[in-house]
Structure formats: C-alpha cells, structure tokens
Write a protein that binds this ligand. Structure first.
Ligand code: ZN
Length: 507
C-alpha cells in the first residue's frame, strides 16, 4: 500500500455523508470537502498530522503567497504527479526493502499483538475493564500506517528501555484547523521562510532520508541541529516490522473489509542519543533554568488541569528574563498562522502518561477571535486571570481544610475537589471569552470574564463549606478562610490608574 497513491485516508464528506477512503491525490487535487473520520479522536489527529508531514515533504511553498494559494484551492493533478516522482519508494507500507516507518528483519522472540500500536489500549493494568478484548487485533493498511506514525511520534514508548519519540514521551500537538481537511493540511504546511526560521540547517540537510531508508545505527550520537526536516518529522525511535495476513478481515479500527491486514508486529529496541531538542514544528516548547542550565522541553499534559491553563504557551512567545522564569515558544505552525489574520481554530491533542502507561487523552479545539495575532498579550493575561481565580479558591479552601495556627481545620482536602469543579465549570467561560473577545479592545470581555470567574469562585467556596455550617468548631476557620478568599479576589480586581484605565492589556 502506497500512501501517496492508494485510497487509505478515512474521511466523511462535509456537511454529512457516509465514511469513505480516499487517496492523497484526490484529497489535495479534488474540490470535495472532507473531514477525517475514525472512532478515536487521537487517531483522527494523528491522521491529520501524518497527512501534514507527507504534504510538507512533497511541497514546501517558496513564499507566503504561494502557501495562501494552496490553502485557497486544490492542486492540479499534474502538479501532484510530478511532485511525488522522487518519493515513489518512500511511503509504501509493504515495500520489500523500505517499508514505511519499519525495518525488515527485526529480531524478536515474540510477535506483539496489534493493539499495542493503538496508544493506550492495553498499556494500563486496568485497560481490560475499559476496552473490549480484540478491539485492535486486526488493522487495515491505512489504520496500521496511522498507528505506526502515532506510536512513534505522539505516544509514550513501548516501555522497558525503548526510546521515546523525538518530542519526549507524551508531547502536546497543536495544529491549525481549517474549514475542511484539505485546508487544514495546507494551514499546517510551513513555507520555506518558516522552515528556515525553525531549522536554520534545513538546506544542508535537505537530502536526508527518513529512518526506514537510512536507519539510525545503534550507538549513534546525533546533534539535533544535524536532523533534517523530513527525517525529524518521521523519526522512528524503535525497530518495528508489521506482520501481514492475507486473510480478508474487517479492520478493528475503521471497520472496513480489507484484503491486506496486519495482525501483529515485531519490535526491538536500540540505543542512540539525540543531543539537544529538535524544534518540531507541531509542538510548543518551554525553556527554564535548572540550576544554571537552560533546559528546553516540549509542553505536555503533566497534571489533570485543562488545556486552557496552558493556552498562553500555545500562542504567545515569551523570552526568559528577570521577570519571566520560564520561556515559551509556540509551535511553528501557530507562529506562521499569524500571517493569515483570521479567526484561529487551534486543534490541541496529547496524552497524559505515567511512563509507558497512558492515564488519559486530550483532544480539544479552541477558537480565538479575529485579531488574536495582534494582541497575544491579552491571551496571556486571560489565562493568568483564570489561574488567579483558581488559586484564590484553592488557597482559601486550603486554609479551611488545614486550619491555621491554633484554629482547627476541616481535615478533608476540599481544595482539591473544588479545583476540579472550578476547571469543569470555568471552561465554557474561558472558551466563550476567547471566541468573542474583541482583541482590539479586550478590556470589556476580560472584565466580563472576571465577573463570571469571581462569582464561580465564591459559589464553589460556599458549596464546599456548606456541609460544615452547623459545626461550632469550624465557625472561626470559616471566617478566616472567607477573609482569605476575599483578599485574593480583591487582588485580582483590575487596578485603575490615574487616567481611569484599568490594568487590562490594550492592543
Ligand atoms: Zn482500518
């Protein structure tokens, strides 16, 4: 199965219709509007990312104008046919010598079941309670390609000494969503100047081949600045070889009847070191100073807090400085999207893991109103305000739970319960503010959000302490906790300056 020629992309027509499989050629050259269609949102995001990576390999628009033309309309079939000529051998899943993202002749004592490629399906001890057995036993060529890519690029390693992806164990991916799939792909393909600003070594490394054509050797040490664009985008950190079956079967992921299916794979680990962080264009990065050493990492979901708490690092660039202990660099595709000056629909996805186990998966779309690119400070401020109200509630209930000096506390971690409630109930407020805010004059919308979050914090405080109202021993604690809440809430009020402007950012 050749990913450049065959019909493997699981789609559904927009606005509605039955699922189908189409080729990359008809996706990029056709007029029809599609969306990706698979039963799992993480596999859908992986499909989009895989399509972006393949398209980025085939085409690097020279200029912003050329990219805008691609976003606006389909390619000519002749353009596509010419572009794929050098890559005929590169993207074939069952290639006799260079199978896509695999190596031939992997030595392994046993065959791993196919469901191990579907991230999270059997990685935790409790998976068997959540998932039916046999849910990923047989995969068609398309789903096998998507899972291979997802496992190597987005998911934790196989564990037991296997290396993680170039972005670490469970990176957050941020992509731009268009009106339909073809547009989404082009919105995430970087034009040459954006590739160069991300990878200044792009031209010297342009002839590098992906790892399945030119395998990484065991024991290699590779400086990240020597890794080319395509090699990095399709980095495979393990030796994997899929085991085909000639028996016609239904794919356990997309449900399609397939003559060429895969029932397992062989895997082997090998050692290598990539020095430094490879600047993957689909992920935000965070820099910090650890005991005098600058560390750069990809953003990840390390706690149960929702995506909006990290939104600032997804869209706002921030240098490390005396005031900012942490630096942040949005994904290159988001930085590029500033030039399109339109509403931003940001696709956010990732796993939260504990080593090789996946604890949860996230998939969200955030909409930022027109003008966001000119006033990212407002986004930063909005997130800080949201976190401020969370902290006010948390600190007040912490006092109530723990007590203070010789005043008795309730002894139950109400602060943690209320924090989760705050996340759940504040999410629509934050999302709605981002989608409606006038970025040229953000103050009114931000003030409105503050009113909502303040009253949410007060409501949650009251709900949390209500069961203890009749407890005479806690009356004093309640009063102290409420004073703490009010003090922190007051600190969050916008400070009016002499001109009557409040402290919210202006465009
Ligand atoms: Zn399938």
């Amino acid at each position: 199965m050749n990913l450049l020629k065959d019909e493997w992309i699981p789609v559904r027509p927009l606005p509605k219709g039955s699922p189908a499989k189409i080729s990359l050629r008809s996706l990029l050259c056709g007029d029809e509007k599609w969306e990706v269609c698979l039963p799992r949102d993480d596999m859908e995001l992986a499909t989009i990312q895989l399509l972006v990576c393949i398209t980025q390999t085939l085409f690097i628009p020279k200029t912003a104008a050329e990219l805008k033309q691609r976003i606006a309309g389909p390619l000519y079939e002749t353009e596509y046919d010419t572009a794929i000529i050098p890559y005929n051998d590169w993207f074939q899943l069952d290639h006799p010598k260079y199978p896509f993202m695999q190596v031939r002749g992997v030595t392994a004592t046993e065959v791993t079941p196919m469901d191990k490629l579907l991230a999270g399906l059997n990685s935790a001890t409790n998976s068997c309670f959540v998932n039916e057995s046999g849910i990923g036993a047989i995969l068609c060529s398309g789903c096998a390609s998507i899972s291979l890519f997802n496992q190597a690029t987005c998911a934790p390693s196989f564990g037991g000494g296997f290396k993680a992806s170039l972005r670490g164990s469970a990176p957050i991916t941020t992509l731009i969503q268009g009106m339909h799939l073809r547009q989404t792909i082009w919105l995430n393909v970087l034009s040459e100047d954006h590739v160069l600003s991300q990878l200044p070594w792009f031209k010297e490394t342009a002839l590098q081949k992906p790892t399945w054509m030119d395998p990484v050797k065991s024991g290699d040490t590779i400086p990240s600045q020597r890794l080319g664009l395509v090699r990095g985008l399709f980095w495979q950190p393990a030796y994997v070889e899929l085991m085909p079956s000639e028996k016609a079967s239904f794919c356990d992921c997309c449900g399609v009847l397939t003559r060429q299916s895969y029932i397992g794979f062989k895997k082997a680990k090998f050692n290598y070191v990539v020095n430094g962080t490879w600047p993957h264009p689909h992920s935000p990065r965070v820099t910090s100073n650890k005991k005098g050493e600058i560390q750069e990492k990809f953003a990840a979901f390390t706690t149960a807090s929702p995506s909006w708490t990290q939104l600032s690092r997804f869209v706002v660039r921030q240098q490390m400085s005396d005031e900012n202990a942490v630096g942040q660099q949005p994904a290159a595709v988001v930085l590029q999207a500033r030039q399109f000056s339109s509403r931003l629909h940001l696709l956010i996805g990732g796993y939260r893991n504990n080593q090789a186990s996946i604890l949860e998966r996230r998939h969200e779309v955030f909409t930022l109103n027109h003008g966001w690119e000119g006033n990212t400070t407002a986004v930063h401020y909005l997130v800080q305000q949201g976190l401020g109200y969370r902290d006010a509630l948390y600190k007040a209930l912490y006092v109530f739970s723990k007590g203070i000096k010789d005043i008795k506390g309730a002894g139950i971690k109400l602060n943690q319960v209320a924090e989760m409630q705050f996340y759940r109930r504040s999410e629509p407020v934050v999302q709605d503010t981002l989608a409606r805010i006038d970025f040229n004059d953000p103050a009114p919308a931000l003030a409105c959000m503050q009113v909502s979050l303040k009253s949410l914090a007060k409501d949650l405080f009251d709900e949390s302490i209500r069961p203890y109202l009749q407890d005479p021993e806690l009356i004093k604690t309640m009063a102290v906790a409420r004073r703490t809440l009010n003090k922190h809430l007051r600190n969050l009020e916008p400070q009016k300056d002499e001109g009557g402007n409040n402290g919210t950012p202006v465009a």
